[in-house]
Design a binder for this molecule. Structure first.
Ligand code: ATP
Length: 360
């Protein structure tokens, strides 16, 4: 990454009883999820980036300096969009009025978002004349996101934008967030507690704990770490980027290829060549020392190497990290099975994958 496509944040801030101290190099595109327990400093970091807190240090966004020893751009001079948990729309204005307000704050910074583009991306054209008090929670949040885009941001900061919505509304909004990620060429810093949002949306993940960065890496690598589970053990999984390579129309199956193998899945009407996110739960992976020769109901079998064996949440469980080609996999086994198989780091095994899901 060059400084032109990177967010570099080296920031320190002291509150009484809490210190934020981060040194981050983040991709200048795509979604970076800021993940961590309550009180780990996620919102504080966003506020520092927005200039709402006066942290000490330096910050540059895709080549432009927002802060260093000599400079501190105030919030209104930082080209950013900020979306909060609660869509804080102006109740006395219509949807259009709220968007116009954003346009007034728009900065000319080399790239222009048109109002039409924001309306189109969030599909709110039919709501423009509606009072914001007459919108559903999901619609309000879509308008808030569109308004954040109208200011022509260089970075979009989103602080738990789905946290106040129920599961149904959340599912309704997630595809819009995916569109933003795929169609905008600005980075999105996305604070969340929800590991399912991380799996679906993030390209890069930062895990914060007590104001410090404990991990910063690609989605696939970070989810596959067994020392720092982003997901609770029962739900541990990896997410792999894959491509639909083949279809078996007779049986309604599709083969998704990734760096390290391929898996047959239910065909959800994919196109050949389509890229997908494939989620494989650790609990759906089992291991064999030798390549099984007898027919089995499990069609997905991958050669892999054991990279790490870690403790599960209970002494009866082991978490195992494997490498299939270049792709990490996680597996949960009982400690008794791991012992009976004599599993060791570096050993070659066969991973049997009972099921995999496309999450996007
Ligand atoms: N203005 C402030 N003055 C003093 N302490 C603060 C202030 N704002 C936040 N804190 C403290 O800083 C710590 C980090 O808070 P922050 O809101 O950044 O955490 P978070 O990871 O976003 O948490 P959550 O997921 O619950 O929103 C907390 O201990 C919080 O009490």
């Amino acid at each position: 990454m060059t400084t032109l496509d990177t967010i570099k944040a080296c920031l320190k801030l002291d509150y009484s009883g809490f210190s934020l101290d981060v040194d981050l190099n983040l991709p200048g595109k795509g979604v970076t999820a800021l993940f961590g327990h309550s009180g780990s400093g996620k919102t504080t970091l966003l506020r520092c980036i927005a200039g709402l807190e006066r942290a000490v240090g330096s910050l540059s966004v895709n080549g432009s300096t927002w802060q260093n020893d000599k400079l501190f751009l105030p919030t209104h001079k930082r080209p950013l969009g900020y979306v909060f948990q609660e869509a804080n729309l102006f109740p006395h204005l219509s949807v259009q009025g709220n968007l116009q307000y954003g346009l007034k704050r728009a900065m000319s910074n080399g790239r222009q978002f048109s109002l039409e583009q924001a309306i189109d991306l969030l599909d709110i054209g039919h709501l423009l004349h509606r009072k914001t008090t007459r919108l559903s929670g999901g619609e309000r949040q879509r308008v808030a996101i569109a308004r954040a885009l109208t200011v022509n941001p260089r970075v979009l900061l989103m602080d738990e934008p789905l946290a106040s919505l129920d599961q149904l509304r959340k599912r309704e909004i997630l595809p819009f967030l995916q569109r933003l990620r795929d169609e905008l060429d600005i980075p999105i810093l996305y604070v969340t507690h929800a590991s399912d949002e991380v799996a679906r949306l993030a390209d890069h993940v930062v895990i914060l704990s007590k104001g410090q960065v404990v991990a910063s890496g690609s989605l696939t690598e970070t989810l596959a770490r067994i020392d720092l589970p982003v997901r609770p053990d029962e739900d541990a999984s990896v997410v792999l980027k894959a491509r639909i390579a083949e279809q078996d129309h007779r049986w309604g199956l599709a083969r998704a290829e990734f760096a390290g193998g391929s898996l047959w899945l239910r065909d959800m009407g994919f196109d050949i060549g389509e890229t997908v996110r494939l989620q494989i739960m650790a609990r759906d992976v089992s291991l064999a020392r030798e390549q099984p020769t007898t027919p089995s109901s499990i069609v997905n079998l991958l050669p892999a190497t054991i990279e790490e064996i870690g403790a599960g949440e209970h002494p009866a469980i082991k978490q195992i990290r494997l490498l299939a080609g270049e792709s990490p996999l996680l597996c949960r086994l009982t400690s008794r099975s791991a012992d009976a198989l004599g599993l060791k780091i570096g050993q070659s095994v066969w991973a049997q994958i009972k099921s995999a899901a496309i999450i996007e």
